[in-house]
Design a protein around this ligand. Sequence first.
Ligand code: NAP
Length: 325
Amino acid sequence: MRYITLRDLEVSRIGLGAMGMSHGYTGAGTDDAESIRTVHRALELGVTLVDTAEIYGPYTNEELLGRALKGRRDQVVLATKFGLVSHGGDGTWNLDSRPANIRTAVEGSLKRLGTDHIDLYYQHRVDPHTPIEETAGAVAELIAEGKVRAFGLSEAGPDTIRRAHAVQPVTAVQSEYSLWTRGIEDRVLTVLRELNIGLVPFSPLGRGLLTGAVRSTDAFDANDFRRGNPRFTGDNFRHNLALADEVRAVAAEIGATPAQVALAWLLAQGDDIAPIPGTKRVARVEENTAADALTLTAAQLDKLGSLPPAAGATHSEAQARMLER
Ligand SMILES: NC(=O)c1ccc[n+]([C@@H]2O[C@H](COP(=O)([O-])OP(=O)(O)OC[C@H]3O[C@@H](n4cnc5c(N)ncnc54)[C@H](OP(=O)(O)O)[C@@H]3O)[C@@H](O)[C@H]2O)c1
């Protein structure tokens, strides 16, 4: 595994997204033992960046990681997120990045994760009712106290990134970025590079679709969020399957898997980019981390880079309202 620096934080080029172990995807929470083995296998393979959030579950994903990382905390760059649970306010899925809420959130996350510090603490979504300067100031205090090592934002727009960075340097922005979601390239990625902020692409496998393993949504659990996601419904889904076929064709040419090709394309976009593919299975973490050793030719990168755009919005309407563009 190779390693890169997100501003001032060294991480494995490929990380591990833990969300699906407890939340959102078919099978979440059904096999914690396999999820924990997956975390352990990831660490053996050199993965250091492990990603969670208090909203995943809520709380159960951090608890799971706390168990998985017992005795191994020092091997990991542990990332979690605040701002989608309003403690003492309206509860889960409510934007709240007020300093008092962050203070409450961090104590809960530290406890569940079984640690005295969070390596990378992200604001999960920009809170339009709280000036970002106040949020950044609250995280700066946590950094001064040693509870947090680095500050991150997720799905923030260029202006918010600049304003936050002026108060407390931002180490990384985590936003959706993959072969079928490239909206951040023009405005956000440019600012990140200007300010020397790393990028952590989430859903780098297109929520599973780019791996070729999803050919139908029939077997999705009733609460799998993809059931209501525009990219996985109706004609959009049929159109998007054709994109997955294109990725599969490149993979077949080079004896790799589509997941590996999707990740290798992201790695080729810059050494300031560390994707966090999500899986709860040992075999898939082995497959995904092996993408670090895959180099695509210029022709393959070109072909992948000029795939037609995906059909359908990346988020449901309610979720999209929380994205800052
Ligand atoms: N900041 C944010 O707002 C935000 C939003 C979404 C996600 N995230 C973070 O980003 C991480 C990754 O995103 P994601 O999990 O949404 O999407 P993803 O990594 O694009 O895809 C995950 C899906 O792909 C499947 N999968 C993984 N490897 C595979 C392989 N080699 N072959 C076939 N299928 C495979 C997983 O199933 P199995 O688990 O069954 O293998 C899961 O259904 C999350 O875990 C989370 O930590 C952050």
